[in-house]
Each structure stands twice: as C-alpha cells, then as structure tokens.
Design a protein around this ligand. Structure first.
Ligand code: IPD
Ligand code: CA
Ligand code: CA
Length: 281
C-alpha cells in the first residue's frame, strides 16, 4: 500500500456533498453490475485468509469498474480497494472501496450484499486505520437501498434522512455482529457472543458489515459491533451511522474504532454494550 499524502484538504460542506454524490452514483452503477453478474451465475475464483474466505470474479470486476469510474471523476485522488487497488494520488483524498461486502451471501444468492465507497482523508485519531470518511455511499442492490452521507450533512436512505433508534435499554436491543474468516478469530468471537446474547433482545448476523452499520443508521438494528473489520468494510458506513446519530467506540479509550473493535450504537446504550462486549459486566 502506498502512503497517503500528509496534506489534508479543507472540506467544505459543498465539497463533501459533491464527493458523496460521486460515491452514490458509482455505488449504484456497481450495484447494478454485481446483480447482473450474480444472475448470470457465480463461482469461487480464489480463497484468501481461509478456505471460507472467498473471492469471485465479480468482486474483481466490480472493483475494476468502481476504480475506473473514480479515476474518471477524480483522476488525482488515491484509491484503496479490498481486491488490490492501491494508489496514493496527490489530492489528500483516498477512496476506500469494498466492491462486494457480503461475498458469502453473494455466493449463496442471499440478498444482503452491498457496494461500499468512501472518500477519506488522513486522521490518525478518528479510526484505527488512520483515515476518516468525509463522504460515502453504500448500495444494497437487491433491496434497492442506497445509503449516503457527507460529513456534517446527515445520512439518507434513498434520499430520505435516517436516524438511529431511540433504544435506551440494552436488554431490549437488537444487535448486529459479524465473524471473521479464521478459526482463531471465530473462537474468540464466539466467546464474546456467548457473553452478549443473554444480555440483549437478540443477535443478527446479516453478513455485510457495511449493511449492518446502515441498519444501525436506519434504526432497524439498535446496535452493531465486530472485531477484525478492515477499512473497506466500515469506511463509508461508519460515517453513515455517525451522521445518523450513532456513537462509535473502539476497543478502549486510547484506540479509535476500527480493526480491534468497531461498535456503533445510539449514545444511550453504547457504553453498556461496550462494557458487555469487553467483559466489564
Ligand atoms: C465481510 C462481511 C462480514 C463481516 C466480515 C467481513 P466480505 O466482508 O462484511 O459481514 O463479518 O468481517 O470480512 O469478505 O464479504 O467483503
Ligand atoms: Ca467486506
Ligand atoms: Ca469484499
């Protein structure tokens, strides 16, 4: 991965909104394309961290499509994609892309998968990977949903403003989570879920971290947490959740949200869920 330039561009609301519109247009285009590819049939092209961590030809094609469209719209920006796109650019903006988030659902033709595209700037304090989205879009093409946010401009679903739930009681919270692909990671995640499950309404494992975070943003899940996420899983959707009123927490006060832990919840229950996830209660 190449270095992001140290200079951080000034971000006016109008500029953030312009980038959000670019992200939205490209996410929708790629969403349509991955549905076409899915309907034509999908095979595993390769495996990554484990035999169950798969990548399909559609992941590669969608990433190429997204990066080509980004380069057409914003030729001097950097791009970082899950399937290998890596280019530092010269503007201080880096686009972080997950061409298909929810690849296992995609493989099985389960309807929850998404395209996630974020325009990010360097910010070591905001997220564990050192970048922060200033604009982002998540397209969930099977459900016909497009989630968009721009820094300071709120979050929308199909153009309509969204908000986190008003849940105040962790015991009544419907909580999303996800699991990584390695056996070691899953054994650890199983221990956490065993601790959390008796203390909440129920768990949902939808299969796309970006979509999970958009569900928190829409109040359709009360909260979400996961360990082991990569920047492309959360870059766009964490902005969408926070613009919709979610509090984002990392593993501890010194560590911003990201790979070690990303928890998103309405402020009234965020700390209680964090304590439960991290075995403090
Ligand atoms: C995965 C999904 C899943 C989450 C995993 C991610 P992928 O991304 O977001 O919900 O639990 O941690 O790796 O592999 O489908 O792009
Ligand atoms: Ca992903
Ligand atoms: Ca992916």
């Amino acid at each position: 991965m190449t270095e992001t330039p140290a200079s951080v561009p000034a971000v006016s609301p109008a500029f953030a909104a312009e980038l959000a519109a670019v992200a939205a247009r490209i996410a929708e285009t790629a969403g349509r394309r991955i549905v076409e590819l899915r309907d034509a049939g999908v095979d595993v092209a390769a495996t990554k961290s484990s035999a169950t961590d798969v990548v399909t030809a559609a992941d590669h094609e969608a990433e190429r499509l997204v990066t080509d469209l980004i380069r057409e719209a914003r030729p001097d920006d950097g791009v970082l994609g899950e399937e290998g796109a890596s280019d530092s650019g010269t503007t201080g903006i880096t686009w972080v892309v997950d061409p298909i988030d929810g690849t296992v659902n995609y493989l099985y033709d389960l309807p929850i998968f998404s395209v996630s595209i974020a325009a990010t700037v360097t910010d070591p304090d905001a997220f564990a990977d050192g970048r922060r989205a200033i604009a982002g879009a998540v397209s969930a093409p099977r459900s016909g949903e497009l989630f968009v946010a721009a820094q300071g401009g709120g979050a929308t679903r199909n153009g309509v403003p969204i908000r986190v739930s008003g849940q105040q009681d962790l015991g009544l919270a419907l909580v999303g989570t996800g699991f990584g692909y390695t056996a070691e990671r899953r054994a650890e995640q199983a221990e956490v879920v065993a601790r959390v499950l008796p203390r909440i309404r129920d768990i949902r494992r939808l299969g796309s971290a970006a979509y999970d975070l958009c569900m928190v943003a829409s109040g359709r899940l009360d909260a979400y947490y996961e360990r082991g996420l990569q920047p492309w899983d959360y870059a766009a959707a964490a902005l969408i959740a926070s613009e919709a009123g979610a509090e984002l927490l990392g593993v501890d006060a010194q560590t911003p949200p990201g790979e070690p832990l990303l928890l998103a919840a309405p402020p009234a229950i965020a700390r209680a869920l964090h304590d439960t996830v991290s075995a403090k209660r």
